[in-house]
Design a protein around this ligand. Sequence first.
Ligand SMILES: [Zn+2]
Length: 290
Amino acid sequence: MKLKPTILKNGQQPVLLTVLAHPDDETFGTGGTLALYARRGVKVTLICATRGEVGEVDEKYMQGFNSVAERRVDELRCAAGLLGLSEVIFLNYRDSGMEGSPENEHPQALVAQPVEEVAKIIAGHILRLRPQVLITFDPIGGYRHPDHIAIHKATVRAFELCKGANLKDDQKPFQPSKFYFNTFPRGFLKAGVRLIRLFGGDPQHFGRNKDINLLSIAEVDFPINAKIDYRAVVEVRDQASACHASQGGKSMSRGPLGWFRRLFSANETYMQAYPPPEDKKVENDLFAGL
Ligand SMILES: [Zn+2]
């Protein structure tokens, strides 16, 4: 399928920046969107705050790797290549693990850093890359992972910082034209909860580490202001997902949820943080109007 190039009114190179926390977030949450825009001529860049140091990794995936971080960075490089990302920037913080885990206290843990400090670093990258479209996690970090929430806060603050105050002398103020929060589609979550129950699972202890409460997430209602249909690149997105084998990315497109997704929902959904969205209008293009 030939994809329509993204052409901006002012003739500039379209740039999309997504700011996330771990290797795999780019694919599991926004992979369809990133692959789609890369194929539409957009320069797609990723900031990944950590190297996913504390993710659970089965021994069989560790052959040839000295650490979990090394393995997961390798997986991210694989996915980034398939998705078509132009650049992957690491912020070199440490994965904080789930809420209440001892990893939260590590001095390098992302959640142990002042928001302002992380925001300044992100702002520096925004000023350098000058993306028209900026994406990060929603206010609950998708499924309440502390690192996702920390990156949400730091990116929101970075967006503010780019306007001008407290910039370094050589930094010209700049603000992305549009700012989005990636959200799980609520209808999909609710249907997922029903489906998991139907198959005898427990939606309150979901995921590889059984630490995701799908029920509580499905109850938080975020508005959907943009819905990106990525059916044109669904295969690419699934191949990128398979790169993250240590995080279950291979099996994710199988099973009842994968089947459901392929049939009904090759969509990624976004809440528009800036500019304030027009009532009830759901855009199908993050660059709409630019
Ligand atoms: Zn993550």
